[in-house]
Unconditional design. Structure first.
Length: 72
């Protein structure tokens, strides 16, 4: 019985090592997910492009700043 447990543990260890070496470290995967940052044309606040409000070639942090810039 002890042999069987040892065998199972050995297989688990080999499996774990193979998985560890095959998968790239998480740091590398996070780099590809980094978003473009843009700054608000009104106040200069930096924010991710997906959260910014685009107006022509400019980006704004909120709807209020986009409207304020439209008035000028
Ligand atoms: Zn702003």
């Amino acid at each position: 019985m002890a042999r069987l447990i040892f065998l199972v543990l050995a297989i688990a260890l080999v499996y774990w090592l193979l998985r560890r070496f095959r998968q790239p470290p998480t740091e590398y995967r996070d780099v590809s997910q980094t978003e473009d940052m843009v700054s608000c044309a009104r106040c200069g606040l930096n924010l991710p492009k997906s959260e910014a409000i685009a107006s022509g070639a400019d980006y704004y942090c909120c709807e209020a700043h986009r409207r304020e810039s439209d008035k000028e």
